[in-house]
Design a protein around this ligand. Structure first.
Ligand code: PLP
Length: 429
């Protein structure tokens, strides 16, 4: 059982201490598969335990098996960070435990979500009048978009670049849609010369691909998709957030003509996992695809409910953390963090370019550096393994034209120039 005040204070102290010392922990978990599982009881306790036991086991059992995403030298995948206002808002969201089935079930959750998502729309320069809501992940957001696209067009094929995120293919597969992957050009952007979209339900343009942060030609794809009666969905899960900077707005040129667009504030806007924003310029069609109100939820005060725009009925109060982060940083605070990340990425890329032993493998885009040591794939793989095993940094890899390349992604607001220098030193060591 718990004493909420006393245990709450201890939990908050644990959280604060964790964030203060996270840079002293290994970034990548140093456990073997099954090591934690072997230390966990096989069944739930019959008798109640004090919450203090949970906190104790957090240190003894859980901490060693964590890969520390909040670590300032986490440079793998897309680095993310949960800021303190977002963390506290999560505590409050759990406290309130709103289940926003329909407007009446949580007027606050419904209306705050609409307003905060619209704040982000404005910050990104997206068109007025778009309808936005929050899903858990970009995987779900894109799933919803494909469902709407199929509903509207009555067609079953999806088109996306060979470098689109695997979630797009997974979504299409789950829906039993036909998958058509399109090769990329020298800029790693989707080629458009051979596109026949006449029987296509949805084209998915990626703004900021996962491997290289490359940007598909959104305007041209919008023209082509609409001429052929297809839906255009833009997956800007990572890079889209960076359109809060005027200098990055180019990436969304043409996106004003999209039918739907997703960005993940849990990636580069300091909001704790999970928070994915999905807008549509065709809310009526979205509602047609998703709205299904059972009798027990029908009320005389029924207004648009956000469960009419996606798969889930019960919806978490996710907007609370987005609201807290937007207010406690302000748009200017978020812009200056992203600007610094892009500066740090440029700096690292400059070190790579200036060193005869290393090379950039793809053009620097946003805060992602794709690079390799001049040598074999095996050498690069060994460098990555050794660097990650050191616990000092965590970087990841991808393949470009069959070649093994390294990725350094900057996205944690705790990352400093010294951390980036540290990464360069570890890789060279
Ligand atoms: C471009 C892109 N789209 C989609 C995703 C999937 O995001 P989520 O984990 O929110 O489903 C990612 C993940 O990194 C991504 O980079």
């Amino acid at each position: 059982m718990t004493d909420f005040r006393e245990d709450g204070a201890a939990a908050l102290e644990w959280a604060a201490r964790y964030l203060e010392r996270v840079d002293e922990l290994p970034v990548l978990a140093r456990v073997e598969p099954g090591e934690l599982a072997a230390r966990l009881p096989l069944s739930a306790p019959e008798e109640a335990e004090p919450f203090a036991h949970v906190l104790r086991d957090l240190d003894e059992l859980i901490l060693p098996a964590l890969t520390n995403w909040q670590h300032p030298r986490f440079f793998a995948y897309f680095a993310v960070s949960a800021s303190e206002p977002g963390i506290l808002a999560e505590l409050i969201a759990a406290t309130l435990n709103q289940v926003a089935l329909v407007w009446r079930a949580s007027p606050a959750s419904t209306e705050l979500e609409l307003r905060t998502v619209d704040w982000v729309r404005q910050l990104l320069g997206l068109p007025e009048g778009w309808h936005g809501h929050i899903e858990d992940t970009a995987s779900t957001s894109t799933l919803a978009a494909l469902i709407a696209a199929r509903h509207v067009t009555g067609r079953n094929a999806t088109v996306f670049s060979e470098h689109a995120h695997s979630s797009v293919e997974k979504d299409a597969r789950m829906l039993g849609m036909e998958i058509r992957k399109v090769p990329v050009d020298e800029n790693l952007a989707m080629r458009t010369d051979d596109l026949d979209l006449s029987d296509v339900a949805a084209v998915v343009a990626t703004v900021g691909t996962t491997s290289f942060a490359s940007v598909d030609p959104v305007r041209e794809l919008a023209d082509r998709a609409h001429a052929a009666g297809a839906w255009l969905h833009v997956d800007a899960a990572y890079a889209g957030s960076a359109a809060i900077l005027a200098e990055n707005r180019w990436m969304l040129e043409g996106a004003e003509r999209a039918d739907s667009l997703v960005i993940n504030p849990h990636k580069w806007l300091l909001v704790p996992m999970d928070c994915s924003l999905l807008w549509t310029s065709r809310p009526n069609e979205f509602r047609e695809a998703f709205s299904l109100t059972p009798e027990y939820l029908r009320t005389s005060d029924y207004v648009d409910s956000l469960s009419d725009y996606g798969p889930a009925l019960g919806r978490r109060f996710r907007s609370l953390k987005l609201w807290a982060v937007l207010r406690c940083y302000g748009a200017e605070g978020l812009r200056s963090i992203q600007r610094e990340h892009m500066r740090l990425a440029r700096l690292f890329a400059d070190w790579v370019e200036a060193d005869p032993d290393w090379e950039l493998a793809a053009p620097l885009r946003f805060s992602l550096v794709v690079f390799r040591r001049k040598g074999t794939d095996e050498e690069n793989e060994a460098i990555l393994e050794r660097a990650n095993r050191s616990g000092e940094i965590f970087v990841s890899h991808t393949k470009l034209d069959g070649r093994y390349v390294l990725r350094l992604a900057i996205g944690n607001f705790r990352t400093t120039e010294a951390d980036v220098r540290h990464a360069w030193d570890v890789l060279n060591r």
